[in-house]
Design a protein around this ligand. Structure first.
Ligand SMILES: Nc1ncnc2c1ncn2[C@@H]1O[C@H](COP(=O)(O)OP(=O)(O)OP(=O)(O)O)[C@@H](O)[C@H]1O
Length: 483
């Protein structure tokens, strides 16, 4: 591998990529590039189309439209959308890991890394028994494979577990083993699908170190899907943000984290609330419903890739699921429209317009707006915050945002005045949702230790985007919301 990248920095160029499943547009006219020697992150809310982009790049799906140009280190070009997945791995040298770990759990760590080099070894054997049982070429390749496996076990801090079954490793170590296995194939591009999912902070740190080591000391570039922003913001050189299959932002971490479209996309759409948002948008004409079956012509290939694992894992998404997509559901698009209309307004009329809370949905506007919430606290009372996700409309992401700005308890929300609602809505980029979803009346009940139908579902662990730290039932007459 070569640690000094050649002059042409563009490694991967995605142009006008679209992927449709029946009536569902999972990716729409997406263009971006990943540069050689960099870590490029693909982020976006659930269902934004990130894994579908990976599946198109790695040949699991054949895109409905568009081009994926890969320029290898030697200068050779590949059009990945035209190649079957096993050739993408072998010729273009693109390796990947999956959202769900796919190791051979009964094999040792070392064996897992040797199996990954199976193609190289078979080639060295000349595909003959004689080659396998003793001719020099195979023996040399075999010794090299063991050395390479040891090198990556060392790098992944797993050497002392080399002879243990992979299934015995803790979760974070299994994630690193997967990456080590992919690195044993000598990739030019390593595609990682949510490598930090389920890791504790210590494991996350070890992952960051491994990825930075790969970036700094090998010629391998990384394309990363990740929800963990501490990983994304720390190690990425370049971030592409998707929402509903459309690119809403593209730039370095500083640019992306302050882009109002990104803030809106992340804060405005909780999984469970997509349907609510669609109803709010109220435009029946823009609804496209998936009638249950993916478009088989473009769907997953019957893979020959040894690392692919069971193909059924990639097609489970629509199992019994009703998928609904609406342009109007895009919070980023709403922000874009607001920015465009604000720009179109003359300075004289801008002042009048700015009395509307929704007009301040920029990062700066949001920061000012939170300063305007009147009853903020420095820390939760008694050191323990209420589970705000028991309020319908507040998911874990928005709970964290509220906590970050001094709102921890039901009674704080219950006491919100109109100006506080305006400030909170501007900060969370919500259009009238706080009033519509009756956060204040829910908060009043919860603060008195009463339950709502929704809070009962949260406490029973039935709401995916909420957490279930079911609070102890307060004694009668005591204010349950106060800690
Ligand atoms: N094989 C398939 N058949 C039908 N629909 C699919 C298929 N694969 C993906 N989709 C749909 O395409 C959309 C994008 O899904 P995708 O998994 O790419 O999103 P994502 O951004 O990776 O989401 P997450 O962060 O939850 O993993 C979703 O609406 C999903 O249900």
């Amino acid at each position: 591998m070569n640690a000094s990248p050649p002059m042409n920095k563009t490694l991967l160029q995605v142009e006008h990529l679209s992927m449709k499943f029946g009536g569902l547009v999972a990716i729409g006219d997406l263009s971006f590039e990943a540069r050689r020697g960099e870590i490029t992150a693909l982020i976006g809310p659930n269902g934004a189309g990130k894994t579908t982009v990976f599946n198109c790049i790695t040949g699991f799906y054949k895109p409905s439209e568009g081009m994926i140009r890969f320029t290898g280190e030697s200068g050779s070009e590949f059009l990945l959308e035209r190649m079957p997945d096993f050739q993408i791995t072998a010729k273009a040298k693109v390796a990947r890991t999956f959202q769900n770990i796919r190791l051979f759990s009964g094999m040792t760590l070392l064996e897992n890394l040797l199996v990954a080099q199976h193609n190289k070894l078979m080639k060295a054997s000349g595909y003959t028994i004689m080659g396998l049982v003793g001719l020099g070429g195979y023996r040399k390749a075999s010794a090299e494979s063991v050395e390479l496996a040891k090198h990556w076990l060392e790098k992944a801090d797993l050497m002392d577990r080399a002879d243990d079954p992979a299934g015995d490793l803790p979760y974070g170590a299994q994630r690193r083993l997967e990456i080590a296995r992919a690195m044993c194939t000598g990739p030019e591009l390593l595609c990682l699908d949510e490598p930090a999912a389920g890791l504790n902070p210590k494991e996350s740190l070890a992952l960051n170190e491994l990825l930075m080591d790969i970036k700094n000391n090998t010629g391998t570039s990384i394309l990363l899907i990740e929800h963990d922003m501490s990983v994304v913001m720390q190690i990425s050189d370049h971030i592409v943000v998707l929402e509903y299959g459309r690119k809403i932002s593209d730039g370095d971490p500083a640019h992306v984290r302050s882009d109002p479209r990104v803030i809106a996309a992340y804060l405005g759409v909780d999984d469970e609330e997509v349907e609510t948002v669609l109803t709010d948008v109220g435009d029946e004409n823009v609804l496209e419903r998936l009638d249950g079956h993916p478009d088989v012509a473009h769907g997953p290939s019957t893979s020959a890739s040894m690392l692919a694992g069971p193909i059924s894992d990639t097609i489970d998404h629509n199992d019994g699921e009703r998928v609904t997509v609406s342009k109007g559901a895009s919070k980023a698009a709403l922000v874009e429209a607001q920015i465009a209309s604000a720009a179109a307004r003359k300075p004289a009329t801008r002042k009048a317009a700015s009395t509307k809370p929704a007009a301040s949905k920029t990062a700066g506007g949001a920061a000012k707006a939170t300063a305007g919430i009147s009853n903020r606290l420095d820390a939760p009372r008694g050191g323990k915050a209420d589970n705000l996700t028991r309020i319908k409309g507040i998911g874990s992401v928005n709970e964290k945002k509220l906590n970050d700005h001094g709102i921890y308890h039901f009674d704080q929300i219950a006491a919100w005045k109109k100006a506080d609602v305006v400030a909170a809505e501007a900060y969370l980029a919500f259009d009238g949702r706080i009033a519509r979803e009756e956060w204040i009346s829910q908060a009043k009940l919860l603060a008195k230790g009463k339950e709502t139908e929704f809070s009962r579902r949260v406490d029973a662990g039935k709401v995916a985007t909420s957490h279930t730290s079911a609070p102890a039932k307060p004694a009668a007459g005591k204010r349950g919301g106060r800690k």
